[in-house]
Write a protein that binds this ligand. Structure first.
Ligand code: MN3
Length: 247
C-alpha cells in the first residue's frame, strides 16, 4: 500500500510588496427573475421562458460584456445609457452595443412587465390617460395588438408617453431592440414580438399571442413606469433609476 503524500501548495509571498487594489469592473448581468419559468403558463410556456431568459437574454448580456472588454471607460455605464449614447461609442463596437444593450434593456423591462395571474387593470392616472387617449381599455388593447401584429420581422410594441410635459399616450413599435427612450419617449408597457417570444406555443400566430398576453400583464408595474413621466431623460437614464434597475 503506497502512501499518498499531499504537498502543500506554495503560497505567494507579498510581504513588503505593494499590491494594487483590483479595479472594480462592472459586468452586465442577467437580472433576477421574480417568478418561475412555469409561472406564466398557459400564456407563456415554461420552455419558452427558459430559452428566452437564459439563452436569448443571456446571450445579449454576454455579447455586451464582450463588446466592452477593451473599453474600460464604458464598462461602468448602464446599458440604457449606452443605448441612448451610441454616438459616443467607438465605431468598432457601435453595432454590437446597439443590438445587445438594447436586448438587455428591453428584456429587463419585459420580465418586469409581467407577473403570474396578472389579471389586474390600470388604475389611477394611467387608467385616466388610457381612457382619455384611446377611449377605453378595450380600445387601447386593440390598438396595441394591431400594431404589434404589423411589425415586420423582429421588434417590440410599446405604450409610451413623452417625458417632462406629460403629453398623450401613444402606441409605437420599434425594430430590433430599439427602445423608445432613444426618441425621448418613456416606456410604460411593452411586448416582445420577436418569434422567439411565442413560437413554441403559438407558432406563426402572433396575433393570438398578443391577445393572450394580457392575462399576464402587471399593470401595477405599468403604473409605476408612468409615474416617471415628469422626469427628464437624464434622470431616467441615471444609474439608480428603478425603472432600469440592473440594466
Ligand atoms: Mn426576446
Amino acid at each position: 500500500m503506497s502512501e499518498l503524500t499531499i504537498q502543500p501548495v506554495p503560497q505567494p509571498v507579498f510581504e513588503g510588496v505593494a499590491i494594487a487594489a483590483p479595479i472594480a469592473i462592472k459586468k452586465h448581468q442577467l437580472p433576477a427573475l421574480k417568478y418561475d419559468y412555469a409561472a406564466l403558463e398557459p400564456t407563456i410556456d415554461a420552455r419558452t421562458m427558459m430559452l428566452h431568459f437564459e439563452k436569448h437574454h443571456g446571450a445579449y448580456v454576454k455579447k455586451l460584456n464582450e463588446a466592452l472588454e477593451k473599453f474600460p471607460d464604458l464598462q461602468n455605464k448602464s446599458a440604457v445609457w449606452l443605448l441612448c449614447h451610441l454616438d459616443h461609442l467607438p465605431t468598432s463596437i457601435k453595432t454590437a452595443v446597439h443590438n445587445n444593450a438594447g436586448g438587455h434593456v428591453n428584456h429587463g423591462l419585459f420580465w418586469r412587465a409581467m407577473k403570474p395571474c396578472g389579471r389586474t387593470e390600470p388604475t389611477g392616472a394611467l387608467r385616466d390617460a388610457i381612457n382619455r387617449d384611446f377611449g377605453g381599455l378595450a380600445e387601447f388593447k386593440q390598438v396595441f395588438e394591431d400594431e404589434g401584429a404589423k411589425v415586420f420581422g423582429s421588434g417590440w410594441v410599446w405604450l409610451v408617453c413623452s417625458l417632462k410635459n406629460g403629453a398623450n399616450l401613444q402606441v409605437i413599435t420599434t425594430t430590433g431592440h430599439d427602445n423608445p427612450l432613444m426618441q425621448n419617449l418613456l416606456p410604460v408597457l411593452l411586448n416582445d414580438v420577436w418569434e422567439h417570444a411565442h413560437y413554441l406555443s403559438y407558432e406563426n400566430r402572433r396575433p393570438d399571442y398578443l391577445k393572450a398576453w394580457w392575462a399576464v400583464v402587471d399593470w401595477d408595474q405599468a403604473s409605476a413606469n408612468f409615474e416617471k413621466r415628469s422626469q427628464s431623460v437624464s434622470e431616467i437614464l441615471s444609474a439608480d433609476n428603478a425603472l432600469f434597475l440592473a440594466t
